[in-house]
Design a protein around this ligand. Sequence first.
Ligand code: G3I
Length: 444
Amino acid sequence: MRSLRTGLSLAALVTGAALLFAAPAAHAADTPLRDLAAAKGKVVGTAVTGSKLTGSYGDIAGAQFGSLTPGNAMKWGTVEPTQGSFNWTEADQIVAFAQAHNQQVRGHTLVWHSQNPSWLTNGTWTSAQLSSLLQNHISTEVGRYKGEIAAWDVVNEPFNEDGTYRPTLWYNGLGANYIAQALTWAHAADPAAKLYINDYNVEGVNAKSTALYDLVKSLKTAGVPIDGVGLQAHLILGQVPAGLQQNIQRFADLGVDVAITELDVRMALPADSAELAQQKADFKSVVAACAAVTRCVNITVWGFTDSDSWVPGTFPGYGAATPYDENYVPKPAYYGIAEALGGTQSTAGCAATYSVTSQWNTGFTGQVTIACTGTALSSWNASWTYGAGQQITQAWNAVCTQSGAAVTCTNASYNGTVPDGGSVTFGFNASWSGSNPVPVVTLG
Ligand code: G3I
């Protein structure tokens, strides 16, 4: 897989979609993020949804990232929805995909207060029973993937904002020692896996991150197996904490690795070009802070496309938090990551992305997104040649004409402008039979 991918441009990587760049010539992402990161001794990763790992989503996940984190597939509620009855389907699928693409897997997560099965949260347990349940869970899951997981988020989100312990099922039932026990059990099940504690709002130096720091220090002193801390980094536009690099460094100085585990930068919708530029700066400064500290080993984004992000569902009216838009077009944030990893590619250009959004026996709906970075358009036309007799029957947000196999679509009166950092999408219905290959779109 890697040899196939190496040297290909992003345009060639997006199957199920076709890209072509208009003047000024763009050289988007000639080097995939994973290779830029590797050259700096880092790993760049993404959270993924197993069922989506096909088509453009799978191609980008495989080509651009060196590490995958299951967004939900390894959580207790997913893997053991009924006590004693396990479902590893999605977790197995993600691990297999990662192995096929020479990627690491970050296991997420073994001990958390959220996304637990209801049989567990609704049960009444003695401390001994709870301890035994947790040990079995950790041994079973870590043991199943022994040798296949680079790092586990063993304990997730153990702290309140003020640095006191969060009163969870685990803390209330077992006391703070549940953390040391969980790490010890995980280490027994897979001695090679790096074991992390992961939390949010611990990116800067504050009461919560200091509590995490103190915990890691005491675990190290006690000889508990702790290898790293995960700084989730669910950030708000323009609010990268000033002390991020200093905070990463103080954990590194304790003798543990650091990972940025769930990076995203949310903003109020709709996003405008100034906000997308700010988002680029935010992604760039987070990645640069990690790149500056030797023991900061991994930067993982929490979903790489805005079509697969937790943000809109949790913060209504907010979104656009990831490096690719909903149509898999890299946003300025993507180039921010690339630049912080030493990428030198020009980011100026406009790209047209063709995709089939639905298809039935005789027809299909398609769309083309024209996106610009570092430049802008005041009018546009997109043209392509159908290779298998497809015939446009209707278009919207563009005026499309077809002569034989040749299609040309010109902007409507109201959407000729594609601003720097912005995009325009038009759609169409068409007929097909036999096959429906994706054409290469030329932007004029
Ligand atoms: O699978 C069901 C689906 O069947 C149902 O139709 C749908 C209706 O709401 O829900 C689906 O489940 C959702 C699940 O994600 C899978 O998409 C849950 O409602 C939704 O609550 C769940 O959200 C996840 C969230 O954790 C839960 O707290 C996000 O995807 C996941 O990205 C997010 O990840 C967490 C990290 O684990 C820890 N750090 C914070 C981060 C963001 O919340």
